[in-house]
Ligand binder design. Structure first.
Ligand SMILES: [Zn+2]
Length: 261
């Protein structure tokens, strides 16, 4: 069991243990977490007014796996600016509103890959410009599966970010040093679209606080998978492709070293 998963279930257990006592003072009414691990003090003092509306399509496994970061975004933004839909499949007849959304010309789907535009090259929000930003919340594999199995996701413009920041989500192994959690991806994309440079830091403060809390209580910092592989810390068997990539990278480093000397 992953450490964060384990800690999350401890929190849930604590939640459940508190219910029979009906001691509401012990659970925060806003974030619904035990007051000892409440991240509300780290939310912005006033909900942030933005022009973009965020839609998170969350893989059902993701909700149980991660530390529920979508509510942090929801609570940080002004009402109606963050919507979460939880499912693997979004059939058009059951989600007519989503279909309509995906067909709007100002809807952007954050999905990196060939054909995805760099979000920093789009016109920023203004009097004439506003966006709907759609994110797929899950592992890369889950997100890819969601993308391929939901025809409506083919409609929106695909965009990607080139983050200049490092993930603060240190207690969960990110696939690569450049990878950000969904909350961080949304925060970074919003900071670019809305032209508010410190929006990333503001929106990720609760996450940072939560990670810090867990680090203080025994969770250890997770390095990215790439870092672990490159430093011989990866315990699982590597695919042929991963081994080849590692070999190529080492050769490149040797070449770079030779060139420098
Ligand atoms: Zn709270």
């Amino acid at each position: 069991m992953e450490e964060d998963n384990f800690i999350e279930s401890l929190f849930e257990l604590a939640d459940n243990l508190e219910k029979p006592k009906i001691n509401k003072r012990d659970v925060c009414s806003r974030c619904r977490r035990p007051v000892t691990v409440c991240w509300c003090p780290f939310l912005p003092s006033e909900p942030i007014q933005i022009s973009t509306t965020v839609f998170i399509l969350q893989h059902p496994f993701e909700e149980s796996r991660n530390l529920k970061t979508a509510p942090m975004l929801n609570q940080s933004l002004s009402p109606g600016k963050c919507h979460v839909y939880r499912s693997k499949k979004f059939p058009e007849h059951r989600y007519p509103g989503l279909l309509e959304l995906m067909r709007q010309p100002n809807t952007l789907l954050l999905f990196p890959g060939p054909g995805a535009e760099d979000i920093s090259e789009l016109p920023p929000v203004g009097d004439e410009v506003s966006y709907n930003l759609v994110l797929l919340d899950g592992t890369w594999g889950q997100a890819k599966h969601m993308f391929l199995s939901n025809p409506m996701l083919q409609f929106p413009r695909k965009v990607q970010i080139n983050p200049t920041v490092k993930s603060k989500y240190v207690i969960r192994t990110q696939p690569d040093d450049g990878s950000l959690s969904t909350l961080e991806t949304a925060a970074f994309a919003l900071s670019v679209l809305e032209q508010i440079p410190d929006l990333f830091d503001v929106l990720t403060k609760p996450l940072e606080a939560l990670c810090q809390f867990q680090l203080n209580h025994g969770a250890c910092t997770h390095h990215s998978k790439t870092y672990k592989i490159e430093n011989g810390l990866w315990k699982k068997k590597l695919s042929k492709k991963a081994l080849k990539r590692l070999e190529e990278k080492k050769n490149q480093q040797i070449l770079d070293g030779n060139q420098q000397s």
